[in-house]
Design a protein around this ligand. Structure first.
Ligand SMILES: [Zn+2]
Length: 437
């Protein structure tokens, strides 16, 4: 199958939110608590309106997922905001049943099947120009099906400038993605913002004179002017798809994920033969990336020659500016920050006063009482230069690579996080939560 044909999953249903209701909801649902109260009154309404109002509300609250879980006596509704699941409401089993059927119907999931996982998607039109795709998955559980709705709001796509990059990293990334060939890898666990970063890179390099083709599993956001294809079991895998894509003479290729030797081999080859290749790997840090590629059976010479940049990242929550307070850092906090930064090059270590002020989350309606609102990335990056090439050809261990990267001046994700603590964007607690999990 040619990538031009694509294997894009068919979008089944489409629901639209009336402008009047949108306006009302925007005014009335400003927190999860508002939503919870509203849901009690909506439960008597017709299911179509209930679903539309529920979806619109969670979109306004900037949620990424909505979970509907059947329990013995009722059903639990939870939403994920800034990476954290939050209990929102309990629904009657009758309301749950009605919502379940409505969502399954819309997303093309078989209504009469409830004993095995299924998935589908539908479109939610809040604004005509920016339809939101909702990816639905169902899972059989003890008391009935559990549904998860992934909300793919194009508004959550970011530009390279909004990712939260330190100035020197922003300049470095902008430089590297301009190169005509080579491989740029972004690594981190699921939910660490890898796709958002790669999409930001694509948007940044996109212009009419170049051809960009992607192979993803699944396509998360549809990007204008970019040929996106989606893997399909057996017929269109990352490896076979990538082979077909290379024959389409692209300038830039995005491979959703490298997880097997064959894909690694083709992607490296593409990067060595005049293509700019973006991809992701599941590793904990930048140093682990090379080791992972080698363990997949990739040739060390190809790896070091093809790679141009390795990035690792996590997402941290920003302290809600509507309710935050500042306070003087404790001695322990001062020591933690100083210790964390002490191995950096002298010119990078900031002067830290003994009266250092830190930001302290509180909690208000705007942040659903969590004290945090919105997220931003913390990053570390290794530039693959000649010195690294020589080093990698000796098949070093992860520990050796990490030591090498630090010596070469890499600021680690943790250290990047400490800078964001000093800038009063976030807290030490949040950096520790994210970097030690
Ligand atoms: Zn707040």
């Amino acid at each position: 199958m040619s990538p031009a044909q694509g294997t894009r999953q068919k979008i089944t249903g489409k629901i639209t939110l009336a402008k009047k209701l949108a306006g009302e909801l925007k005014n009335e649902v400003k927190s999860l608590k508002d939503l919870s109260l509203k849901l009690t009154s909506w439960q008597t309404d017709d299911t179509s309106t209930l679903l539309v109002a529920l979806l619109a509300s969670v979109v306004f609250l900037e949620a990424s997922d909505l979970h509907l879980e059947a329990q013995e006596q009722d059903a639990r509704l939870r939403v994920r905001i800034d990476g954290m699941l939050q209990d929102t409401a309990l629904l009657s089993l009758k309301t749950y049943g009605a919502l379940l059927s409505r969502i399954k119907l819309l997303s093309g999931i078989k209504l009469n099947v409830s004993d095995r996982p299924q998935d589908g998607r539908f479109t939610f039109v809040l604004e005509e120009s920016l339809p939101i795709e909702i990816r639905v998955s169902s899972l059989p559980s003890e008391h009935g099906e559990s549904l998860v709705l992934r909300i793919l709001n194009p508004k959550s796509l970011k530009t390279i400038k909004d990712l939260g990059l330190r100035k020197n990293l922003l300049l470095l990334f902008q430089e590297e993605i301009k190169k005509p060939n080579g491989m740029i890898l972004v690594t981190g666990p699921t939910g660490s913002g890898k796709t958002t970063t790669l999409y930001a890179f694509l948007k940044s390099v996109q212009k009419p004179e170049i051809k960009i083709v992607t192979i993803e599993d699944p396509i998360e956001y549809h990007l204008e002017g970019i040929s996106q294809t989606q893997v399909a079991p057996k017929e269109y895998t990352f490896a076979s798809g990538l082979r077909a894509i290379v024959r389409q003479d692209p300038d830039v290729i995005l491979v959703g994920e490298i997880r097997d030797q064959e894909t690694a081999g083709i992607a490296l080859q593409a990067a060595l033969t005049g293509h700019l290749v973006f991809s992701t790997l599941h590793t904990n840090d930048a140093a682990g990336t090379i080791a992972r590629l080698l363990s997949l059976g990739a040739n060390p010479i190809n790896v070091s020659a093809a790679l141009s940049l390795i990035i690792a990242q996590r997402l941290i929550r920003k302290v809600c500016t509507a309710c935050a307070k500042t306070r003087t850092a404790t001695l322990l906090e001062l020591k933690t920050i100083q210790e964390g930064l002490k191995d950096l090059a002298k010119e990078l270590i900031p002067k830290i006063p003994s009266t250092l002020k830190l930001i302290e989350p509180q909690g208000c309606a705007a942040c659903n009482n969590t004290g945090y609102r919105g997220r931003v990335g913390i990053f570390e990056a290794i530039v693959a230069d000649d010195a690294l090439e020589t080093f990698v050809s000796k098949s070093p261990s992860i520990g050796e690579l990490r030591a090498y990267a630090q010596k070469a001046g890499m600021v680690s994700m943790y250290q990047d996080g400490l800078f964001k603590v000093l800038e009063k964007t976030t807290t030490l607690k949040e950096i520790e939560r994210v970097t030690t999990e």
